[in-house]
Design a protein around this ligand. Structure first.
Ligand SMILES: [Zn+2]
Ligand SMILES: [Zn+2]
Length: 123
C-alpha cells in the first residue's frame, strides 16, 4: 500500500485517513476547512509532522491523547504524546470531536490527584 498521507501541502478536500486505533475513515479536513490532526471518534492521532523541525516526520506512530489545554480565547487544544518517540504536540479540538472523551481527559487530573485532597480542608 502506498503511503498517501505524506503531502506537505494537500489541496484535495476529499482526502481521508484511517485512524490507527479505531479504524474510522476520517475526512482530513473538518467542516470548517481546518485540517484534522486526530480522529474525532477516539481522539488518537498519528505522528506525521515533525513539530521540532517543522517538516513531515517519518515516525508515523500512533499518538495518544493525554490531556486538554485551554488556549488564549477559551478554545481547547488536545495534547498528544507519540507512542514511539514520545514527542508532545497540541492541536485545536474540532467541533465534532468526541465530547465525552474530551471531558474525561479534562477531569482526569481532578479525579486522580497525586496528593490527598483532605489537606485543603485545613486551609
Ligand atoms: Zn479513532
Ligand atoms: Zn513519533
Amino acid at each position: 500500500m502506498s503511503d498517501t498521507t505524506h503531502h506537505p501541502h494537500p489541496t484535495a478536500r476529499t482526502e481521508t485517513f484511517g485512524c490507527l486505533r479505531c479504524g474510522l475513515t476520517v475526512a482530513a479536513f473538518a467542516p470548517d476547512g481546518r485540517r484534522r490532526e486526530h480522529c474525532p471518534g477516539c481522539l488518537y492521532s498519528r505522528h506525521l509532522t515533525d513539530h521540532v523541525e517543522g517538516g513531515p516526520s517519518d515516525c508515523g506512530a500512533r499518538m495518544t491523547p493525554i490531556s486538554v489545554a485551554v488556549l488564549r480565547g477559551g478554545d481547547w487544544a488536545l495534547v498528544h504524546r507519540c507512542a514511539r518517540c514520545h514527542e508532545l504536540t497540541s492541536h485545536p479540538v474540532c467541533g465534532d470531536d468526541n465530547q465525552l472523551l474530551l471531558m474525561r481527559l479534562a477531569v482526569r487530573p481532578l479525579a486522580q490527584p497525586p496528593f490527598p485532597l483532605e489537606a485543603f480542608g485545613d486551609l
